[in-house]
Design a protein around this ligand. Structure first.
Ligand code: FUL
Length: 452
């Protein structure tokens, strides 16, 4: 009897294994579209902008909200010029003040002096995004320090009604951001996340939903702009909930994860999330932003960069200058791919790939002796994420010399190293979960403006 069980369980495990190598966890089309955006922007704006705080307590008077020169077109144009593909506005932060004239509360722009209470920041941003061809997303804080219903189950209805307003009145919404933050002394409140998420799926089926642990996009586990050196797009979501997730686990993901929930790297261009005049001299430089790009997009994540509008309702000059220079540096670095004779690996299409088994080296010609210091590798993630480790070598005229080893690849892996001279490189994937669909390989010489 025992041996029958043994054979049966062996067969089952073989079957399961065969299944897992042929049908890996794959992204939904909305997740694939999200990841290819690479850089999206966060817009933190509310009463905090006027009180100089990071977290309002909900007692702020709407009378203080008066961004006299507000021009969302100025924000979105600056983002467009800097290559951003989406903007997410804090429609409501923890203070409960609504940037749109919600029918559910008086605590909103409708009771502010701005545009005599006739303004709607959410509408202005949505319209500007459409005009400049950016996608549009909303942040609606579950934690609400103003609304009296907070802490009772009827708050869930309040929240869902607000969500419905945002999801039905502003055209296509591409991302909804569910922040898990809740102060230590906050009232007890069980959020109906299942209900919130169902509403988003029903009203905006193409939108991705962010929370600490998905369902579509997960938090990267820090606000410093660092995806894990190893970063899987898969995790096991069981037991995780917004506000209750191990940040190290989220940072690296899980090779054996059953759900596709890629990491989003949210970080601010300034020390705070909201505008503070005192931080005008502390705006990240373009070089610093480029480094964030390598640490997020270059590690299989997405860079969600916060750029907070100021009290006038405008992006400030130092922020605009850094954004502009950031994109100009990236464009210069990645302008000329030195790889030749590999049309499938250089056509910027993930769907055209070369299948590469583990431990089979692929030699990549550079046409002639070239100086280079950056390499970009991409997998066709439409069919899952399979590279667990690999190495790159270069030909020094006599021998193959080691250049760099790496772990996960996924959507994109960017390698940085001191410049070498060579006419070919060799890529070996040393550990994979099944045959790798190698989509793109790029070899570049970085812009001198990146620095070392
Ligand atoms: C956090 C919030 O508490 C911050 O204020 C900010 O909105 C950040 C993006 O998420 O959880």
């Amino acid at each position: 009897m025992k041996s029958i069980f043994l054979v049966a369980s062996l067969l089952t495990s073989m079957l399961l294994h065969a299944q897992s190598s042929t049908s890996p966890v794959r992204p939904a089309p909305r997740q694939l579209a999200w990841q290819s955006q690479e850089t999206t922007a966060f817009l933190h704006f509310t009463v905090n902008t006027f009180t100089d705080k990071e977290w309002g307590d909900g007692t702020e008077s709407p009378a203080i909200f008066n961004p006299t020169k507000l021009d969302a077109r100025q924000w979105i144009k600056a983002l467009k010029d800097a290559g951003f593909k989406m903007a997410i506005i804090t429609a409501k932060h923890h203070d409960g003040f609504c940037l749109w004239p919600s029918k559910m509360t008086e605590h909103s722009v409708k009771n502010s002096p701005w545009k005599n209470g006739k303004g709607d920041v959410v509408r202005e941003v949505a319209d500007a995004c459409r005009e400049f061809g950016l996608r549009f997303g909303v942040y609606l804080s579950p934690w609400d320090r103003h609304e009296p219903r907070y802490g009772t189950s009827s708050y869930n209805d309040y929240y869902k009604s607000q969500l419905r307003e945002l999801l039905t009145n502003y055209g296509p919404i591409s991302e909804v951001w569910f922040d898990g933050a809740k102060g230590e002394n906050a009232k007890d409140m069980t959020y109906d996340f299942a209900g919130y998420w169902a509403l988003v799926r029903q009203l905006q089926p193409n939108a991705v939903m962010f929370s600490d642990a998905g369902p579509d996009v997960r938090w990267v586990g820090n606000e410093a702009g660092n995806a894990g050196e190893t970063c899987w797009s898969t995790i096991n979501t069981e037991g995780l909930a917004p506000g209750k997730a191990d940040s190290k686990y989220l940072n690296r993901g899980d090779a054996t994860g059953k759900q596709w929930v890629p990491a989003e790297t949210d970080v601010s261009i300034r020390p705070g999330w909201f505008y503070h005049a005192a931080e005008d001299t502390k705006v990240r430089s373009a070089k610093n932003l480029v480094n964030l790009y390598y640490q997020s997009v270059g590690r299989n994540s997405l860079l969600l960069l916060n750029v907070p509008p100021n009290r006038e309702g405008l992006f400030s000059e130092p922020d605009i200058a850094s954004l502009h220079e950031f994109r100009s540096i990236l464009d210069e670095t990645f302008k000329k791919n030195l790889v030749t004779k590999q049309p499938k690996l250089t056509d910027k299409q993930l769907a055209t790939f070369t299948t590469l088994p583990a431990n089979q080296p692929l030699t990549i010609d550079l046409g002639a002796e070239q100086s280079f210091d950056r390499i970009s590798i991409q997998e066709n993630i439409a069919n899952g994420q399979r590279v667990a480790s690999g190495r790159v070598e270069y030909w020094d005229g006599t021998n193959w010399k080691s250049l760099q080893t790496f772990t996960t690849v996924g959507y994109k892996r960017l390698l940085r190293f001191p410049a070498v001279q060579s006419n070919r490189i060799r890529l070996t994937l040393t550990n994979t979960n099944g045959p790798v669909e190698l989509a793109e390989v790029g070899v570049f010489k970085a812009s001198a403006r990146e620095g070392e």
